[in-house]
Design a protein around this ligand. Structure first.
Ligand code: AMP
Ligand code: MG
Length: 505
């Protein structure tokens, strides 16, 4: 039995010894539970009637220092379902607030419970959280539960993001609960085990700042800096350094979304992490045809979170974050505001640089020239005009397949291609090295919406998990460019109805 080690906020080392004491390998510390009590509520997950493992992420389990074998036993599944507490954890729901579609609201973990922070054999700290494990003090009118389809969808897409090398929360398992959950119809219940560097959000700071207690806010900021940006401690104004570091993480993250055509769908401030990981796989989806105005979410009527708006929205969210930090930045609030504003101005330049850097890689260009921006802009414009598939256009360029799409056969594209080839010929890396770069920068597969649905349908309707496992395997290494990935690269039928996603499922 593991005993909780409470000897310090961020103790290191000793983890192997402790892990060996537990069959599962749980090696929990509970630093969040030592923050001011207003920031969370202790609450246990609700036991479920008939937990059954649907999918367990063996590779992730092992990297966390957990035994996948032990997790697959009845005792392990009971923990992943929330029926039993893991040894050493202190279950709690986190408080947070957030701007939802621009409107400020009090929120909190309404259907998620943090089990504890797993310290891995290499000394890294990850939150282990259950999603869908019952009501908490923040559930408002909700049932605290989740259903199988959306939890499997989060598993697929978050793991696909990880395969794409984009910072993200991970999925350790989905367990079906044997319960019926009532949405529009009765649906099978499920619990997802989510792994994250932390679940600290912009909304966590909004919640703390909203209480007007600067001491608590400072404790939260110091904790977060220690956990995610310890290098800020060395700066004269560590809170400004912290803010700048978060700006940097988000500029990089959002550029990576844009480069793969990922649309988050619900970039509320409570769904933006401080760590820079993608979180909240509700209404997200990948774009097929390149169209900057693409929106999948059924409730995003005005396109606030449309593909092309994502960088702007990230900056808006960061401005809300800055507002929470003002009391810490300087005693003179006027000065604090100036500091925050000038730091925030840098977001868009950083974002542009990351995006352009990524686009150069996608085009097989190893050096930087100013006019690359125009080359990229013109390609994207052509893709939009010719309704070209975003992912596959880059694959066509990578493998020189210029007879595959209407875009590539068009006269406009042929002209663009001459400019691109000229640029590649001048590139010090050369054309061959450029092509290798393209293979590692342009995914062979993304989790296409119709493919995700084809895997979910038999899983949810008939307990047939074969297609799900196959899809997960295909998405594990999207840069493999294997023969079996080819059939998963096909876009939906042109006459397929527009794909729609939903919140709060
Ligand atoms: P989201 O749109 O997923 O970011 O969720 C917004 C808020 O609604 C969060 O505070 C969630 O915890 C809460 N929430 C979503 N679904 C449920 C549910 N079934 N029961 C209770 N709270 C929920
Ligand atoms: Mg959320």
């Amino acid at each position: 039995m593991v005993t909780q080690n409470d000897s310090g906020r961020f103790p290191k080392g000793n983890s192997k010894v402790i892990a060996s004491q537990s069959t599962f390998g749980f090696n929990f510390y509970n630093s969040y539970a030592r923050l001011p009590a207003s920031l969370f509520s202790f609450v246990n997950p609700e036991p479920v009637p008939a937990p059954q493992a649907v999918v367990i992420n063996e590779q992730l389990a092992e990297s966390l220092g957990l035994s996948a074998e032990a997790l697959k036993t009845a005792a392990g599944i009971a923990i992943l379902a929330g029926s039993e507490n893991p040894p050493g954890g202190l279950a709690l729901a986190q408080a947070y607030a957030g701007h939802q579609f621009g409107h400020f609201t009090m929120l909190g973990d309404g259907r998620a419970i943090l089990l504890g922070e797993q310290i891995t054999p290499s000394g890294q700290r990850y939150d282990l959280q259950l999603k869908g494990s019952g009501r908490t003090p923040y559930s408002r009118g909700g049932d605290g539960k989740a259903t199988l389809g959306p939890m499997l969808r989060e598993y697929i897409i978050s793991e696909a993001m990880n395969g794409l090398r984009i910072p993200t929360t991970r999925s350790l398992s989905v367990v079906s609960t044997g319960e019926k959950i009532y949405r529009e119809t009765a649906l099978p219940g499920a619990v997802l085990a989510r792994v994250a560097k932390s679940h600290l959000r912009v909304g966590t700071f909004q919640y703390a700042a909203g209480r007007g207690n600067d001491k608590e806010l400072k404790l939260l900021a110091d904790y977060t800096i220690e956990r995610h940006y310890p290098e800020a401690n060395r700066e004269t104004n560590k809170y400004l350094a912290f803010f700048k570091a978060v700006i940097g993480s988000q500029a990089s993250l959002i550029s990576q979304w844009m480069l793969v055509g990922f649309i988050h769908g619900v970039m509320n401030t409570d769904n933006m992490t401080i760590s820079g990981e993608t979180i909240d796989y509700g209404p997200c989806a990948f774009m097929d045809v390149f169209d900057p105005t693409t929106v999948f979410s059924s409730i995003d009527h005005h396109g606030r979170y449309a593909y092309a708006n994502q960088p702007k929205i990230a900056a808006w969210n960061l401005a809300r974050f800055a507002e929470t930090l003002l009391p810490l930045l300087d005693t003179d609030q006027e000065k604090a505001r100036d500091m925050a504003e000038s730091a925030l101005k840098d977001f868009s330049a950083q974002y542009d640089e990351h995006f352009l850097h990524g686009m150069r890689r996608k085009l097989g260009i190893t050096s930087a020239k100013d006019q690359d921006k125009i080359l990229v802009r013109d390609l994207l414009r052509l893709m939009s005009e010719h309704k070209a598939d975003y992912t596959n256009t880059f694959l066509d360029l990578t493998f020189q397949r210029f007879d595959q799409s209407e875009l590539c056969r068009s006269a406009d594209f042929v002209k663009w291609k001459v400019r691109w080839e000229e640029r590649r010929n001048q590139d010090p890396g050369g054309v061959e090295q450029g092509q290798e770069l393209m293979k590692t920068s342009n995914p062979a597969v993304i989790p296409r919406n119709h493919r995700v649905e084809e895997a979910l349908r038999p899983a949810v309707q008939a307990g047939d998990y074969g297609p799900l496992r196959k899809l997960l395997q295909i998405l594990e290494n999207p840069f493999a460019h294997s023969v079996e990935q080819e059939e998963f690269a096909t876009p939906p039928e042109p006459n397929a109805p527009p794909y729609r996603t939903f919140c709060g499922t």
